[in-house]
Design a binder for this molecule. Structure first.
Ligand SMILES: NC(=O)C1=CN([C@@H]2O[C@H](COP(=O)(O)OP(=O)(O)OC[C@H]3O[C@@H](n4cnc5c(N)ncnc54)[C@H](O)[C@@H]3O)[C@@H](O)[C@H]2O)C=CC1
Ligand SMILES: O=CC(=O)O
Length: 338
């Protein structure tokens, strides 16, 4: 009599919209399953009643947090020990606590999707930058109220040519934006945890955070959200900025203290903002909604067919590698040395 090893399970948290064929292709490596839970309590109950025993890897989306909540200590503690890989669809993995995953025995290895979102997100940042520099939002709103340009017409905008773009977080998206901004005649300065080598910096000057704030005409936030970066931009930092400057945020809402930003805009500490992300999505601070000098997008940085497809395929490739080789394609930096 032979014991037949149970097929591993692969759990889908969220939806696959573009790479169905590649997802189904994983069925050769494991049984594809979905949770029934519609909220965190039910999800934890499914973990506790053994529904996910045998799960080796999971595909998760940003919006699946509406069901599971954050992958924090509480959640990691109830996951079955068979579950070794958590493959996130997104560059930013702030919905996952890397320490809780790393300290579990055995560790829960986490992957994200670097580089695939770079172009689409940097394009979004450029759109927000131009829109805010040119005061386009004021007239776009006015036109829909059947007013030509607006009453009064908006203040004259500013050209990007000759202006200084300051990038906080010079990673994949920051560097991509810097290259694109050069085509608009801008000079980039940046602040990062570490100075980049010359090739990566691409001619951008490394400066302290204080100098970045003081010198930038456009401050673009391109760093991850974590306990060290939460509210990295608040009143003290905003006070250092030029009153003619604008802020662009395509990173995560909570890297800016949103209430402080509203106050800074209202008091003329800075001239405008272009925002794709918010502290409590999908809620937006009413002070941002009512301020016409703020151009707003509902977290659409990677909202293109091409980029969404690339990102889904990337996650599936992570799962495939994990199941067939025991390694992830793009493990998060916090776990590189595990
Ligand atoms: N709006 C959207 O749809 C999208 C938003 N994002 C957000 O953008 C963020 C950046 O993405 P990538 O460029 O792919 O990440 P990345 O990891 O390539 O770059 C992040 C950079 O920030 C730097 N950094 C980290 N902590 C810092 C600190 N305290 N001070 C200064 N620099 C710091 C890192 O050294 C790195 O160079 C993601 O974490 C995500 O939250 C990413 C993709 C799409
Ligand atoms: O917000 C999107 C991401 O990829 O991170």
């Amino acid at each position: 009599m032979y014991l037949v090893a149970a097929k591993p399970k692969i759990l889908l948290l969220g939806e696959i919209d573009h790479a169905q064929e590649q997802w189904q292709g994983l069925s050769g490596l494991g049984e594809l399953i979905k949770p029934q839970a519609t909220n965190r309590g039910e999800f934890i109950a499914e973990c506790n009643n053994g529904k996910f025993d045998g799960v080796v890897a999971a595909y998760r989306t940003f919006t699946s947090a509406a069901i599971t909540g954050r992958f924090d200590q509480e959640l990691v503690d109830v996951l079955p020990k068979s579950w070794r890989y958590l493959c996130h669809n997104g560059a930013g993995y702030d919905q996952i606590d890397p320490d809780a995953c790393s300290q579990r025995v055995p560790p829960l290895y986490v992957s994200n999707v670097p580089s695939a979102p770079d172009d689409a997100t940097a394009d979004t940042a450029i759109f927000l930058m131009l829109g805010a520099l040119r005061n386009f939002n004021v007239s776009m709103d006015a036109l829909r109220r059947e007013e030509w340009k607006g009453k009064p017409a908006p203040a004259l905008g500013h050209d990007p040519q000759g202006k200084i773009l300051g990038i906080l977080g010079m990673g994949g998206i920051g560097r991509n934006m810097s290259k694109k901004a050069a085509a608009f005649g801008m000079t980039t300065i940046y602040h990062n945890r570490r100075k980049l080598d010359d090739e990566k910096a691409g001619g951008a000057e490394y400066v302290s955070l204080k100098d970045l704030l003081k010198r930038s005409d456009v401050l673009s936030l391109n760093l991850p959200l974590n306990p060290k970066t939460r509210h990295i931009i608040s009143t003290e930092q905003l006070k250092l900025m030029k009153s003619s400057s604008i802020i662009v945020n395509t990173a995560r809402g909570a890297v800016i203290d949103e209430a402080a930003l509203v106050k800074a805009l209202d008091e003329g500490m800075i001239a405008g903002a272009g925002l794709d992300v918010f502290e409590e999505e999908p809620k937006i601070h009413p002070g941002l909604v009512k301020n016409e000098r703020v151009i707003l997008l509902p977290h659409m940085g990677t909202w293109t067919k091409e980029t969404q497809t690339k990102m889904e395929v990337w996650v599936i490739d992570n799962i495939r590698k994990a199941l067939s080789e025991g390694k992830l394609l793009s493990i998060i930096p916090e776990q590189e040395s595990l």
